[in-house]
Design a protein around this ligand. Structure first.
Ligand code: GLN
Length: 295
């Protein structure tokens, strides 16, 4: 029996060298072999010493070449082409209506876990403002299984995708989906949110040209740009938190690498307390935390 998409190690290695000669780097190409082809990094290491053996891929080498060429020539992100993206300990479906969830954002869940003690409260309510693919919402649902969750997005397509990801990955959780701007659709629950988390668009308009073209030309601008100084959405979220949070409720918000001083002054001006900042995996100040109002 001839299996479809079965290739010898030698064929795969030759293909890999040929693709790398066209451009790009091995990290991206091996990501494609893994997520698109189903050939993990450890399979690839085995393959290098067992070249005569045959390996079964999820796609043909020809199909993988087409994806690689679209990535090199048209800068279409591999995640959009494959339609999936791993994040924390799960895999999300992604499409161009949502930002590709970044590894740096994973830290926000650890921050939430370190600041909120679920045993202490038994039950609580969280909200993910600007949920996109639903990444933060899904991780929160897994981290706080007894809590009630809310996920908000102003893009209908994003909300549809987030709902799909949530149903697939955390179907047992109680999560309400809302279409709208930040806190706007949540008035019914104002004053009851123990935790609000947001990775809003924060790139200043003026940074447009500086962005990598893979990002600039294909990711949704709605999820990237936050006005002239990048902080329009951050201001709106912080203002809304004054009504939304429960006494002593926690806000965790992601910001750009050089915005922490300005975010600090917005939080201070709005009487937040226990304000702290945390770094991303590269050691850059990326997350602001604060509580409001005093218990
Ligand atoms: N961190 C993302 C980037 O640099 C931007 C995400 C955002 O604006 N929230 O591409």
């Amino acid at each position: 029996m001839i299996l479809e998409n079965s290739f010898s190690g030698k064929e795969i290695l030759t293909w890999r060298n040929f693709q790398l000669a066209k451009g790009g780097n091995s990290v991206d190409l091996d990501w494609l072999l893994d997520l698109g082809g189903g050939l993990s990094w450890s399979d690839l290491q085995i393959l290098k010493i067992s070249q005569e053996r045959n390996y079964q891929l999820n796609l043909s080498l020809q199909e993988l070449s087409v994806i690689w060429m679209r990535f090199l020539d048209q800068k279409i992100p591999l995640q959009y082409q494959v339609g999936r993206c791993p994040w924390r300990d799960f895999e999300l479906e992604v499409n161009p209506s949502v930002l590709i969830p970044r590894q740096e954002t994973e830290v926000m869940i650890d921050l939430a876990l370190s600041k909120v003690n679920p045993c202490e409260k038994g039950i609580g309510r969280w909200v993910d403002l600007g949920t996109g693919s639903g990444a933060l919402a899904i991780a929160l649902a897994r981290s706080f299984p007894k809590w009630i969750g809310h996920a908000v997005d102003c893009s209908e397509n994003a909300l549809t995708l987030a709902t799909k990801n949530i149903e697939k990955l955390v179907s047992d959780s109680e999560i309400y989906m809302h279409l709208g701007n930040w806190w706007e659709p949540l008035t019914t629950w104002f004053g009851t949110f123990d935790l609000a988390i947001a990775n809003p668009p924060y790139i200043p308009k003026s940074n447009f040209e500086k962005l990598d073209s893979v990002v600039r030309e294909h990711e949704p601008h709605l999820a990237l740009f936050g006005g002239d100084d990048g902080l329009d959405c951050c201001r709106e979220i912080i203002k809304g938190s004054l009504n939304g949070l429960s006494p002593g409720g926690l806000l965790i918000i992601e910001h750009n690498c050089d915005q922490s001083e300005r975010v600090l002054s917005i939080l201070k001006k709005n009487d937040f307390h226990e304000i702290e900042f945390a770094n991303d995996l590269e050691g850059i100040r990326r997350f602001a935390l604060g509580r409001y109002p005093k218990k």
